[in-house]
Design a binder for this molecule. Sequence first.
Ligand code: AP5
Ligand code: MG
Length: 214
Amino acid sequence: MNLLLYGAPGSGKGTQANMLRSRFGIPHIATGDMLRAEIQAGTPLGLQAQPILAAGQYVSDEIMIAIIRSRLQQPDCRRGFIIDGFPRTIPQAEALDTLMDELGRSFNRVLYLKVSLEELLRRLSGRLVCPRCQRTYPPGTAACEADGSSLVQREDDKVEAVKPRIEIYLQKTIPVLDHYRGSGLVSEIDGMGTIEEISRQVLAAVAAPTTKTA
Ligand code: AP5
Ligand code: MG
């Protein structure tokens, strides 16, 4: 099972990926989480990426493609994977096509979580994250369910970074959806309901036959 989660900042990619990971027992590959782990560890990549993420901009295609290339070759990806946050630009989408061909893999489904701008802003301003395991929680949650850590606000959820994040998504990432539309793999999910309602739609979309032509 190889799945691609697509959607704007705050659309619920991480939330639904958690559910899919538990359901299918395949890794959740979130490029934003990987970059935040590098920042936390203070690696050279983390030092380079920190100001870019804080400003709501994108890390270069070259770096991101190298990261995803190495991650998809890890042994835990053999049974499948859920990608979240990649590709975000057309060059990344083209590189992923090539990589999937090289690996002899193809996507079962591209899941597009569609959420209004108003709701995105509401969710991002209230989101809490676990600094240890990166799980996300809605406002008012006391501590991480998995490890009990106190929750914090993500640096790029501060108001000054949210606007550029949405702008760059509209400019560079919306065209990526068109890249996949022709494949017959895109399932549009109404991302405006409760987390449970959306999970039901996501699972139904994963189970439905694709209209992909061989
Ligand atoms: P990344 O971490 O991928 O951030 P993002 O795309 O902006 O998405 P988010 O993680 O903010 O939102 P989400 O869709 O996962 O929503 P969530 O489930 O948390 O990337 C961060 C940065 O890294 C980028 O800005 C860029 O700088 C860099 N980067 C990463 N990949 C890159 C790439 N490929 N190329 C270049 N740069 C890259 O939900 C949000 C909130 O809403 C939570 O509080 C959640 O509890 C709540 N929620 C979820 N669903 C619902 C619901 N149905 N109802 C009510 N609340 C809900
Ligand atoms: Mg996320």
